[in-house]
Design a protein around this ligand. Structure first.
Ligand code: G1P
Ligand code: ZN
Length: 543
């Protein structure tokens, strides 16, 4: 087993996006592509020598091969130890937990999250720092810089490591510890939630359906929801991770989890439904005939946090990404705690969590989490809801109705225009940017613009500034439109249009969201000329 240096050249475009480097699988499998990026991770973070890492992924196509390459490279770069999930599987929140409890120097997670997997689909690599959270921008910048000047990478000549059984093995001078991916995570959940109350709920005949979408949460959900909490066998469906996610799109939203939506909207459907994404950090919550938007879910968790043992003492503060609805702000106000507004992407919550300024945080894109790890956590959100349902002994729709009656309802929707021509998408955003100064006071589709800006974030903990984080247009009466381009797509540009309007009239709290938002949708079109720029008549995905 000899380490050797392989000559290489910088490869263009290895700039980590909202969540790591995400490309077509074939790109990652092309010569030196993965190796270059992994070497850049090591070099951009001060070298791997003597360090300890966590490694695992969501099981998508190429996960197993990539893990073997990374192990050989870690060994050749002098790493002391790598903790790997059995079969190279780890959900993103479980990886974050392993980094934290083992105090490692970081971790490498193989995932393109909710994007489809397979030889013709997507693959991704993200680096998490020693706090367990996604590498902050300063770190991803250094990694990107390193990709631009690579002349070689180091790799060990060795056979594949057997990752199918737990235990310890050596690879050259590096120790590899293969761990059960579920055990430590399950232990952590048991400490956070009232498992006895949830067990009693299932005993009383409560029925749930958890759709793992053929992705990584299957084994976690089976072990926790069925084996530990006593939900009947079969409550967890699509529970075996598959390299192409059963040819599905492992994104837990009403479009891609339609099977679950249909089941929950059937007359005799279960009381509660939930789903998670490819790598287990996202969640979808749905009651019987009651879909809960991620923004509302976050607000409900905050409002009911005292029912959960780990948060019974109160929340230090809460945080949401800028495009997420302001439903959370209303709860924070009534609790008398701070509500931070951060740019899109989990990495911006890390400092607030580390500094103890926020306990709960979330994004409109189906991500919620807390200071228990430094990632969003799909199954955690599901258990949180189960804990609330067990304590309140009400249905999801009753809880939502009471919530809106107390705080008002933030009607909310996101319209995505996918694989748009990049130049057209940039022109749309540039056009808006140019007009920001003129917009206030103008009327668009009958609504007056109160304010308009391009969001920039000054991190209150480390003082760093992140500019260019989305165009915001505030409309009279509490309406809002946000325009931003996705940082996770792999094809052209994805335009995201976030629409929101607050309703406090008790008679208007149960309307259809798209209808309730019709004036805001018209204003968005009038503001940006979406049809003209993109040539599209309607969004590809509405959530
Ligand atoms: C999307 C979501 C964002 C989330 C990220 C990673 O990023 O919008 O909230 O943090 O995926 O899961 P985007 O494609 O919008 O840059
Ligand atoms: Zn994800």
């Amino acid at each position: 087993m000899t380490p050797h240096r392989v000559d290489t050249k910088p490869i263009d475009g290895q700039k980590p996006g909202t969540s790591g480097l995400r490309k077509k699988t074939s790109v990652f499998m092309s010569p030196h592509y993965l190796e270059n990026f992994v070497q850049a991770i090591f070099e951009g973070t001060g070298g791997a020598s003597g360090k300890t890492y966590v490694l695992g992924g969501d099981g998508r196509y190429f996960n197993d091969r990539a893990a073997q390459v990374i192990l050989r490279m870690a060994a050749a770069n002098g790493a002391a130890k790598v903790i790997v999930g059995k079969n190279a599987l780890l959900s993103t929140p479980a990886a974050s937990n392993l980094i934290r409890i083992n105090k490692t120097d970081g971790g490498i997670i193989l995932s393109a999250s909710h994007n489809p997997g397979g030889p013709d689909e997507d693959f991704g690599v993200k680096f998490n720092a020693a706090n367990g959270g996604p590498a902050p921008e300063g770190m991803t910048e250094k990694i990107f810089e390193a990709t631009k000047s690579l002349t070689s990478y180091q790799i060990l000549d060795a056979q594949d490591v057997d990752l199918s059984t737990t235990g310890e093995v050596m690879l050259g001078a590096m120790q590899i510890q293969v761990v059960d991916p579920v055990a430590d995570y399950a232990r952590m959940m048991e400490k956070i939630f009232d498992f006895n109350a949830i067990r009693a709920l299932f005993k009383s005949g409560f029925r749930m359906r958890f759709d793992a979408m053929h992705a990584v949460t299957g084994p976690y959900a089976r072990a926790i929801i069925e084996d530990e909490l006593g939900a009947p066998a079969g409550s967890v469906v699509n529970a075996v991770p598959s390299p192409d996610f059963g040819k599905g799109h492992p994104d837990p939203n009403p479009i891609w989890a339609k099977e679950l939506m249909d089941a929950l909207h059937a007359e005799d459907g279960p009381d509660f439904g939930a789903a998670s994404d490819g790598d287990g950090d996202r969640n979808m919550i749905v009651g019987h005939k009651a879909y809960v938007t991620p923004s509302d879910s976050l607000a409900v968790l905050a409002a009911n946090a005292k029912l959960v043992p780990a948060y019974a003492g109160g929340l230090a503060g809460v945080a949401r990404s800028m495009p997420t609805s302001k439903a959370l702000d209303r709860v924070a106000e009534s609790l008398g705690i701070d509500c931070y507004e951060t740019p899109t992407g989990w990495k911006f919550f890390g400092n607030l969590l580390d500094a103890g300024r926020a306990t709960l945080c979330g994004e409109e894109s189906a991500g919620t989490g807390s200071d228990h790890v430094r990632e969003k956590d799909g199954l955690w959100a599901v258990l949180f809801w189960l804990n609330i349902l067990a304590a309140r002994k009400q249905s999801v729709s009753e809880i939502m109705a009471e919530h809106w009656a107390a705080y008002g309802r933030n009607y909310y929707s996101r319209h995505d225009y996918e694989a748009v021509d990049s130049d057209a998408a940039n022109a749309l955003v540039a056009g808006l940017r140019d007009r920001l100064g003129d917009l206030p006071g103008q009327s668009v589709a009958g609504l007056k613009v109160d304010a308009a800006d391009e969001f920039a974030y000054d991190d209150p903990v480390d003082g760093s500034r992140s500019a260019g984080q989305g165009i915001r247009v505030m409309l009279e009466g509490g309406g809002r439109v946000v325009f931003r381009l996705s940082g996770t797509g792999t094809q052209g540009a994805t335009l995201r249009v976030y629409l929101e309007r607050v309703e406090t009239d008790p008679a208007r709290l149960q309307d259809d969201p798209q209808e309730a938002l019709a004036p805001i949708i018209a204003a968005a079109e009038a503001l940006a000329g979406i049809k003209e720029h993109t040539g599209r008549d309607a969004p590809d995905v509405i959530t």
